[in-house]
Ligand binder design. Structure first.
Ligand SMILES: NC(=O)c1ccc[n+]([C@@H]2O[C@H](COP(=O)([O-])OP(=O)(O)OC[C@H]3O[C@@H](n4cnc5c(N)ncnc54)[C@H](OP(=O)(O)O)[C@@H]3O)[C@@H](O)[C@H]2O)c1
Length: 300
């Protein structure tokens, strides 16, 4: 991998997935740190090895960040091959190309690699056991990035939301303007995490790694999620409480079991992530999920 001396002047970052929730925030957060080459589908296509190799070879980055993915959890059940190509094979080729050129790779994973059977928060070494096609495809990507043998950071995220993109918070806000009552599952628990905090944490960790005498000491997988935990119902109630009252119709968020809201993909019932390794290694700690939610809604 290129060392701190090589990169001190102006690290070049190839950011794949610039339009996604996390990618969009990364683009602005990384701007003071590096020269960023941003790309998204269809200029780059993670189903095409040629496309991936061409972008890495032409842009000659010090760091490649893969924030692109197939993220349609339910649709993946009917398109498992496409999900696997984008989330499994694409990152494998990217990791291979990164290793060849001594480029550090940053990649994102998901809490959906776990089956949710563990009562305590998941740590990085817990055995994965995805319940659906999306989780299986993401797990294949994680394993491929590790197997690629190059320097890397894999951040496992949970319940990503923000002021842009397709996410639960924006869906609940729209529904709360349309309906008096929302029915939301209360038997799935996770850590809603603001896309902006993911980008900022990534940037701070990356800066430490690039500036380190031995960057390889940081290579590995890290859980990156807000503190605390809630159910989708708890998250929805907080969203409705905090959203602007103007135009809001919703007066009640009713808790329901998952059995009353069947979806094509099975989801873990409890996928809380322990972020102790991130704190220990980088000294980074994310605030409670509801504090971030307040900040996001103050701005919208
Ligand atoms: N969202 C969550 O709750 C969540 C939770 C845990 C982990 N994660 C992980 O976090 C990362 C970022 O997620 P996100 O929510 O920011 O994703 P997102 O908003 O869905 O954005 C994904 C981006 O990838 C692009 N993309 C799709 N297919 C592609 C292809 N074949 N080639 C190149 N780009 C392609 C999409 O383009 P189009 O819009 O044109 O398809 C989109 O711009 C992903 O690795 C995801 O698996 C997300």
């Amino acid at each position: 991998m290129k060392t701190a001396d090589d990169t001190a002047a102006a690290p070049r970052i190839l950011l794949i997935g610039k339009i996604g929730q996390v990618g969009w925030e990364l683009r602005r957060t990384l701007a003071p740190l590096a020269q960023i080459i941003c790309v998204d589908f269809p200029e780059i296509d993670l189903t095409s090895g040629d496309s991936i190799r061409r972008w890495v070879r032409d842009s000659r980055p010090n760091v490649v960040i893969n924030a692109a993915a197939y993220t349609a959890v339910d649709k993946a059940e009917s398109e498992p091959d496409l999900a696997m190509k984008i989330n499994g094979t694409g990152p494998a080729i990217l990791a291979e190309e990164a290793k060849k050129s001594g480029t550090l790779m940053v990649h994102y994973s998901t809490d959906y690699v776990f089956d949710g059977a563990k009562k305590d928060p998941y740590v990085e070494t817990d055995p994965p056991n995805p319940l659906g096609a999306y989780g299986r495809s993401k797990l294949a990507g994680d394993e491929a990035v590790r197997a690629g043998g190059g320097e890397h950071l894999i951040f496992r995220l949970c319940w990503v939301y923000g002021a842009r993109g397709q996410n639960f918070m924006l869906t609940m806000m729209r529904l709360a303007r349309e309906r008096e009552k929302l029915r939301v599952v209360n038997d799935q628990t996770g850590c809603p995490t603001w896309s902006r905090l993911i980008a900022e944490t990534t940037a701070l960790a990356l800066k430490q790694m690039l500036g380190a005498r031995d960057p390889s000491a940081f290579t590995g997988t890290y859980h990156l999620a807000a503190s605390g935990a809630t159910s989708w119902h708890g998250f929805a109630e907080a969203i409705v409480d905090l959203m602007p009252a103007e135009g809001r119709k919703c007066v009640m968020v009713e808790p329901i079991p998952t059995s009353e809201y069947p979806t094509p993909a099975k989801r873990p019932s409890r996928s809380v992530l322990s972020c102790e390794k991130l704190r220990r290694t980088f000294g980074l700690h994310l605030p409670p999920w509801d504090e971030s939610l307040k900040q996001v809604l103050e701005r919208s």
